[in-house]
Design a protein around this ligand. Structure first.
Ligand SMILES: *Cc1c(COP(=O)(O)O)cnc(C)c1O
Length: 355
């Protein structure tokens, strides 16, 4: 089982490729999907050999447990193609491991790592032409597992599906975002599932985010659920705060997702000689830093946007503006990470994995 290689994966090719109808220079994020997907079933107590099939809807029983009890986890990653047509992934083993961390917490059977990695490689070989090369674009990859097993009994399902699909995508956000510091709702709690990439974590975020949007903000800054005093994440991204020349981010915890972009930024910043400090940051410290001018930057970090700069924040009815910086850490770090991802510079960290 663990000895699976990509040659074991059966490939059924589409008879009608959509690729000629796609404008690769004008892609939104995650709106169009490539021709094929990888699909793998868990039943009778084991994961079966994955297959590549044409991208298509799937049929589920109305009692499938995903609909009722929310056993659903996912990953987000990207593939890039350089000008020699070589294809690269970024730290893919970190995604596999995290998927299994999420699986364990949601009582989903863990997936053999080879099923993910070999499956992904096989899919990328089939979909190579779907990887866009325009500046800021990539093939966004969405591996996910959900409970397809039937029954209203509130217990883990006996069947699951692991699917990988891919969406050629342009840049995620355009422009800076203005955020609202949230003190009423929480994204996650101690002992909960905040550290897992579980679909339900997102469902719970939408309503508070809609309320923030109605007030003119684009995103929410989550604070800890107990005291709401500490800054935790920016929407579905990890958050960084630059005070003077130090880059701060909260340590990961039960409540905070262990982002691959977050840890890459920390490593990269240190290698570039920037000061970093992984510690809890109080909202009051942020407000104080904004008032005294030491707050230089704030940004979200995640695979989709890489780095999403924050232009200001609202807190208890007051708006704080973060002034534009020349040579911001955000743009420096983003350029460097993207250059590593897209094989434009050396990768001293060993993050890039060639297909
Ligand atoms: C996916 C995610 C992130 C970012 O993780 P990356 O591995 O950098 O993409 C951060 N926070 C939450 C809540 C997430 O779901």
């Amino acid at each position: 089982m663990a000895a699976l290689t990509k040659n074991d994966i059966k490939i059924t090719r589409t008879e009608s490729s959509k690729i000629s109808s796609i404008d690769f220079n004008n892609l939104a994020f995650g709106q169009v999907f490539s021709d094929h997907m990888l699909i793998c079933d868990y039943k009778n107590g084991k994961w079966h050999t994955p297959e590549i099939v044409p991208y298509s809807p799937i049929t589920l029983d109305p009692s499938a447990k995903i609909f009722h009890y929310g056993q659903s986890i996912f990953e987000g990653m990207k593939a890039y193609k350089d000008d020699k047509e070589d294809v690269f992934m970024f730290r893919p083993m970190d995604n596999v491991r995290r998927l299994n961390v999420s699986a364990k917490r949601l009582s989903i059977p863990e997936l053999p790592e080879a099923y993910f990695m070999e499956g992904l490689k096989a899919l990328l070989e089939v979909e190579k032409d779907w990887i866009p090369t325009a500046e800021g674009s990539s093939l966004y990859i969405r591996p996910f597992i959900f409970a397809s097993g039937k029954g209203f009994h509130a217990s883990p399902a006996d069947e699951y599906k692991f699917i990988i699909c891919a969406a050629p995508s342009g840049a995620y956000f355009s422009g800076k975002v203005n955020v609202l510091i949230e003190e009423t709702y929480s994204r996650s709690a101690n002992g909960g599932v905040g550290f897992a990439k579980a679909g339900g974590n997102y469902a719970g975020q939408f309503y508070p985010t809609q309320l923030a949007k109605a007030k003119g903000y684009q995103q929410v800054i989550w604070t800890d659920d107990t005291t709401h005093e500490f800054i935790e994440e920016a929407g579905a991204m990890n958050v960084f705060i630059r005070i003077n020349d130090t880059l701060l981010t909260s340590p990961v915890s039960d409540r905070i997702l262990d982002g691959i972009t977050r840890k890459s930024i920390l490593q990269l910043a240190e290698a570039e000689g920037l000061k970093t400090d992984v510690r809890k940051v109080k909202v009051s410290e942020l407000v104080e830093a904004s008032r005294n001018g030491s707050l230089k930057e704030m940004f979200g970090a995640g695979t989709a946007a890489v780095i999403s700069p924050i232009s200001g924040f609202g807190f208890r009815g007051e708006d704080f503006i973060i002034p534009e910086q020349d040579a911001s850490f955000a743009s420096k770090l983003k350029n460097r990470i993207v250059a590593i991802q897209t094989n434009k510079v050396e990768d001293p960290f060993g993050w890039r994995v060639k297909l």
